[in-house]
Write a protein that binds this ligand. Sequence first.
Ligand SMILES: NC(=O)c1ccc[n+]([C@@H]2O[C@H](COP(=O)([O-])OP(=O)(O)OC[C@H]3O[C@@H](n4cnc5c(N)ncnc54)[C@H](OP(=O)(O)O)[C@@H]3O)[C@@H](O)[C@H]2O)c1
Length: 275
Amino acid sequence: MRKHLKTTLFMGKTSLITGASSGIGKELAIELAKQGSSIILVSRNENALHQLQNDLTLLYAIPVHVLPIDLSKTKAAIQVYEFCKTHHLQVDILVNNAGFGMATEREFSDPVTLEQMITLQTTTVTVLSSLFSRDMMNNGEGYILNISSICARTPAASTLTYSAVKRYILQYSKLLHCELKKRNITVTCSLPGATNTCFDIHSALPVPCSLRRFYVSPNFVARKSIEGLQKNKTIVLPGFQTKLLNLIGLCIPDRMIYALHKKWWAEKRSFFLKK
Ligand SMILES: NC(=O)c1ccc[n+]([C@@H]2O[C@H](COP(=O)([O-])OP(=O)(O)OC[C@H]3O[C@@H](n4cnc5c(N)ncnc54)[C@H](OP(=O)(O)O)[C@@H]3O)[C@@H](O)[C@H]2O)c1
C-alpha cells in the first residue's frame, strides 16, 4: 500500500546512499524515501538492492536507481560519480555509510581484507565527498552524511584499524564541515554505538549475546543521523550510551581506553568462545 510522504527539507531532492543493502544504510534509504527524496542505492548485493528498490517504489512512488559495485576497489568512487553523470542524476544528499570491521588478530594475517576495509572507509569516502561536493557548490546547496562509529572516540582493542579509519572519517568530516559551511553545504558525521544489524557477522567479529540487549535499532540510528543533518550538526551521537562513551573518549587518553578495552575484551571473548 502506498504511504503518505512527510513534507520536509529533502522533498524532491536526490540522495545517494552507500551500503544500502542492509542495516543502517537500508534504514537511511527508507527514511529519506519517506521524506520524498529520490534514491540511488549503492552496494555489492544486487538482489537486496533490487528488492529495496521495488519496496520503495511501491510504498513511496519515488524514482529509485540501483548501482551494484564493490566500493573497496580503487577508482570505485569515480565509477559511482560517472554513473550519476551518465544517468543525469544530480546528487543533493550524499550518505557515506558502507563499511565493515575486522578482528585485530585477523589484521596481522589477512592483508587483502585489511586493505579493502581501509580503502572502503577512507579513499572511497573522501573521493565521493570531493566529487559530489564540487557539484553541490555549483548548485548552491548540498548535504553530506558520513557514518563513522563511537570507536572513533573510544578505540576498540577488538578492532584496531577499524577504530583508526573511523577516526579518519570523523576528522575528515569535521574539517570538511568547516570548509563547506559558507558554501551552503552541510557535512554531518554520525557516531553510532552498538547497533542491531548484521555488522558483527559481516565483519566476523563475535559478540557475546548478553551484550545485544544494549544495542539500539538501525532505524533509530538512521532517524537521529538524518535529524542531525537537517539541523546542520557537525556530529551526531545517536543514543545515551554513545553520548556517555563520547564523554569518556574526550576525558581519558586513548592508550588507557585501549588497554581497558583489551582486558575486558580478552575476558568476554574467551567466555564467548567457551560457550
Ligand atoms: N552495527 C554497529 O554496531 C555499528 C556501530 C557503529 C558504526 N557502524 C557503521 O555503520 C555502517 C553500516 O553498518 P551496519 O551496522 O548497517 O552493517 P551491515 O548491515 O553489515 O551493512 C554494511 C553495508 O555496507 C556495505 N558494504 C560492505 N562492504 C562493501 C563494499 N566493499 N562495497 C560496497 N558496499 C559494501 C554492505 O553491502 P554489500 O554487502 O551489499 O556490499 C552493507 O549494505 C558501517 O560503516 C559501520 O561501520 C555500525
